[in-house]
Write a protein that binds this ligand. Structure first.
Ligand SMILES: [Zn+2]
Length: 284
C-alpha cells in the first residue's frame, strides 16, 4: 500500500501463544472461545506483526517481535519456535537485509514487540539491525528499566542492553514528528509511553494498533488485556481512537491477530463498521 512517499507493508516476525484469559481480560471464556479456540493449556495462537515502511531514502521497521533469544523452557511456555518464523527470514522474503534497516520505531519494550531488536550470534547478544537508529519514548525507557512486580516479566534487559551500550537509541518525549511524514500517537493504559505510528496522505490514514488493538476481537470496548497496567485508561484511549478512526476511515494494523492483518473502520450511525483488508491487496 502506498501512503504519500512511503510504501507500507507488514510482515509476521514470529508465532506464539498466550493465555486466552489474559488476552481477553474480563470477557468470559464461554464467549471468546467461540471466536478463537484455546489449546489444552488455555493458550490462543497469536503472531507478532511488524510494519515495514519504505521511502524518502529510508527503510523503517516498526517493532521486531519475539526474537530468537529463548531457552527451551520459555519456547515451550510461549509455544514459539524462532527457527520456523523469524524476522530475518520474513524481511528476506521482502528482499530486505537487516543491515539495510535505517530506523527501528520501538512501540514499547515488551518482549513480544522488542525481542527482535537484538539477536544471538553464538552466545553473544548483538544488535539485529547494526545500522539502524532505534526510536523509543523516554517514558517507556524509564518504565522498562524499573517496571513493577506486575509487568517486569515482560521487560527483558537483553532486548535493549547492547543497543544502549552502543548508543543506538534516540529517546523521544511526546508526539513530536521525528521522521518526515510519520506522525505518532502515544497511549499509556497498556504501559507508559506506548507509541503508535500514524501515516496519512490526506486520502489514506494508517494507524498501528499495537497493544491498544492487538487483535480484531479487541475492538469491543470492555475487551481489555489483563496485561494492561491501567485498564480504565486503555478504555478511554480505545474510545478516543475508535471515534476518530471511524470518522476518518482509518486503517488499523493489528499486531497480534493471526488471521487479520488490518481493518478499515467506517462510521455507521452512532457505531462503526469494520472491514478486513490486506495492505498488499490494493495498489502497490
Ligand atoms: Zn505490550
Amino acid at each position: 500500500m502506498r501512503i504519500g512517499n512511503y510504501k507500507v507493508t507488514s510482515l509476521v516476525t514470529s508465532r506464539f501463544s498466550l493465555d486466552g484469559g489474559s488476552m481477553f481480560g474480563i470477557i468470559p471464556k464461554s464467549m471468546w472461545e467461540k471466536k478463537i479456540a484455546p489449546d489444552d493449556d488455555n493458550r490462543i495462537p497469536l503472531v507478532t506483526r511488524s510494519l515495514l515502511i519504505r521511502g524518502n531514502g529510508k527503510i523503517i521497521l516498526v517493532d521486531t517481535g519475539n526474537g530468537d533469544k529463548w531457552d527451551s523452557k520459555m519456547k515451550a511456555i510461549l509455544d514459539t519456535d524462532p527457527s520456523v518464523v523469524n524476522i530475518q527470514a520474513s524481511l528476506g522474503e521482502l528482499s530486505v537485509k537487516p543491515d539495510e534497516i535505517t530506523d527501528v520505531i520501538c512501540s514499547h519494550l515488551h518482549f513480544d514487540h522488542a525481542g527482535g531488536n537484538t539477536s544471538l550470534n553464538g552466545e553473544t547478544v548483538i544488535p539485529t539491525f547494526p545500522n539502524a537508529k532505534y526510536w523509543l519514548q523516554k517514558s517507556n525507557w524509564d518504565w522498562a528499566n524499573s517496571p513493577t512486580e506486575k509487568d517486569k516479566g515482560s521487560y527483558r534487559l537483553e532486548n535493549w542492553e547492547v543497543l544502549a551500550e552502543n548508543e543506538m537509541f534516540t529517546f523521544l518525549d511526546g508526539e513530536e514528528e521525528f521522521i518526515a511524514g510519520i506522525q505518532i500517537r502515544i497511549t499509556h493504559g497498556h504501559t507508559p509511553g506506548q507509541m503508535h505510528p500514524l501515516l496519512s496522505d490526506g486520502e489514506t490514514t494508517l494507524f498501528f494498533g499495537n497493544d491498544l488493538f492487538p487483535t480484531q476481537l479487541h475492538f469491543r470496548i470492555p475487551c481489555i488485556m489483563a496485561f494492561d497496567n491501567k485498564p480504565l485508561k486503555t478504555l478511554e484511549e480505545k474510545k478516543s481512537v475508535l471515534n476518530q478512526a471511524a470518522d476518518e476511515n482509518w486503517i488499523i494494523v493489528l499486531p497480534h491477530d493471526g488471521k487479520t492483518e488490518a481493518v478499515r473502520l467506517k462510521r455507521d450511525g452512532d457505531k462503526y463498521a469494520i472491514e478486513q483488508i490486506e495492505l498488499d491487496g490494493g495498489e502497490q
